[in-house]
Ligand binder design. Structure first.
Ligand code: TYD
Ligand code: MG
Length: 461
């Protein structure tokens, strides 16, 4: 048999070529081509689904029982679609130091109450793990620690111990003797993940894999990892701030809209069950450029605060610094306000931010962004009890959004007195709360909510 030639694989996207290239033609990354030995095994033996299956009629097929078990953290269960499914493989990604190992250690404790958990670490020694466990008050009798980086050894230990849950921290540190490439390379990462997936599917073990992210925020190593696993969760948040948000990017067993909110404390990660309350707890009062918004994160309404700082520019091209929302969306709102209200943003630098490290992708934040910007440039403040939601169109019109009643209830629950919403939503609202509904049909209408600084105290709160 001819010995197969080595191939070059892009470590960022998995693109293959027989020649070395400085730049990957597929993803455009520089210096990512790594020489690897092509796999010599027959591919059929290495797939997660057993081969030789006969076709079955859908109505005759008996569903296997997908059991879900609670991880002990409702915020995480919701993101997973109602708990961890047995036999599923979940990849948890995040920047270094964000709290992946901490979260896994904490859920090992709660899962370990009824099930056997094997925690494999390729990054820390047993001593370090024990130290962290002590700090997190983890004391499960069913939690087994293993420091190992060889995948065959991990699988052998797994066969001997027969755990219900296998945690691999991290998949980038694992390697197999069958391949010559270094740990963390595309072949090794893919093989380690595949070995775990095969184990999960054949034996019904739930596997949690930790994945590192690269500088651009993608999973380092092959992109193929995302296709192979059942769910991909991203752990996000500002390292220096204490809030952590867990978000599903892919989930074969649930929706990808949900988020879970945690706070990093001295005793590990604590669930934040009422994120809105926490996010707006230290809002500054009587300051221009601030506006509360109500957005939907999956099935849950969330109140966040948008801050806009508008200052005269000293640059030829004014600065636009946007955090926590889509840059282009913010530019669109700025352009609409310039055109429809004649506000001179082109003479100003704009710094826009969402407090609490949250990222808003819901277009219903538009109206809040607009209000914060108008308030910022005119230096007139909005009433403290005002919250806004609604989408803005290019003509400056305010468009209706979904889940209006849920948003109104959440805003009223948190004590907001004035809810600015699209006129169409106002007409359809059935909910009766103590808060006043202020329907607007265009951005122009919002100007009536602005008050001068001196009249702030009698501003209708
Ligand atoms: P870690 O879980 O090690 O991060 P990752 O595995 O994602 O790299 O978390 C590390 C950070 O969390 C570290 O900077 C310290 C902080 N931390 C706390 O603030 N409180 C705690 O109880 C623990 C265990 C960690
Ligand atoms: Mg870690």
């Amino acid at each position: 048999m001819k010995t197969p030639k080595n191939v070059f694989v892009c470590s960022a996207c998995g693109y293959q070529t027989i020649k070395w290239l400085g730049r990957c033609p597929d993803c455009g990354a520089w210096n990512t081509m790594e020489e690897t030995v092509p796999e010599v095994q027959a591919p059929a033996a290495r797939t997660a689904v057993k081969s030789g299956n006969a076709p079955v009629r859908l109505d005759k097929y008996e569903m296997p029982e997908y059991m879900r078990f609670a991880t002990g953290y409702r915020e995480l269960d919701r993101v997973l679609g109602g708990g961890l499914v047995n036999g599923s493989v979940v990849l948890i990604c995040g920047e270094p130091g964000i709290g992946k190992s901490t979260l896994l250690m904490q859920i090992s404790n709660s899962l370990g109450k009824e099930r056997k958990v094997l925690y494999v670490s390729g990054e820390e020694s047993c001593g370090q793990l024990k130290l962290r466990a002590g700090r997190l008050s983890v004391s499960s009798e069913n939690l087994y620690l293993l420091t190992e980086t060889n995948m065959e050894a991990v699988l052998a230990q797994c066969d001997a111990l027969k755990p219900d849950i296998l945690i691999v921290d991290s998949v980038q540190t694992m390697y197999s003797d069958r391949f010559t490439s270094v740990p963390g390379s595309i072949t090794q990462v893919r093989e380690a993940a595949l070995a775990c997936i095969t184990k999960a599917k054949n034996e019904g073990i739930s596997v949690l894999l930790v994945g590192h992210v690269n500088k651009e925020g993608g999973i380092s190593g092959p992109k193929v990892l995302e296709h192979m696993v059942d769910a991909v969760l991203y752990f996000e948040g500002e390292r220096r701030q204490s809030y952590r948000i867990i978000r599903a990017m892919k989930n074969r067993f649930g929706s990808t809209d949900e988020i879970g909110v945690f706070e990093m404390t001295d005793g590990g990660l604590a669930e934040v069950e009422n994120p809105s309350e926490t996010l707006i707890s230290d809002r500054p009062k009587n300051v221009s450029g601030n506006c509360a918004v109500c957005v939907m994160e999956g099935t849950r309404p969330l109140i966040a605060e948008i801050q806009a700082l508008v200052t005269p520019t000293s640059f030829a091209v004014p600065r636009r610094t946007v955090g926590g929302m889509d840059y282009n969306r913010a530019c669109l709102v700025i352009a609409v306000l310039e055109k429809r209200l004649g506000l001179k943003f082109y003479q100003n630098d704009i710094y826009l931010n969402v407090t609490g490290g949250l990222r808003l992708d819901d277009p219903s934040a538009d109206l809040g962004i607009a209000l914060a910007l108008i308030s910022g440039i005119t230096d007139k403040i909005l009433p403290d009890g005002l919250v806004a939601f609604g989408e803005i169109g290019l003509a400056g019109e305010c468009r209706a959004v979904s889940h209006s009643d849920q948003r109104i209830k959440e805003a009223a629950r948190l004590g907001f007195s004035h809810i600015v919403l699209p006129k169409k939503n106002e007409k359809k609202t059935l909910t009766k709360t103590g808060a006043a509904l202020c329907g607007v049909s265009a951005v122009y209408d919002t100007l009536r909510f602005l008050r001068g600084k001196d009249t702030a105290d009698e501003s209708g709160n």
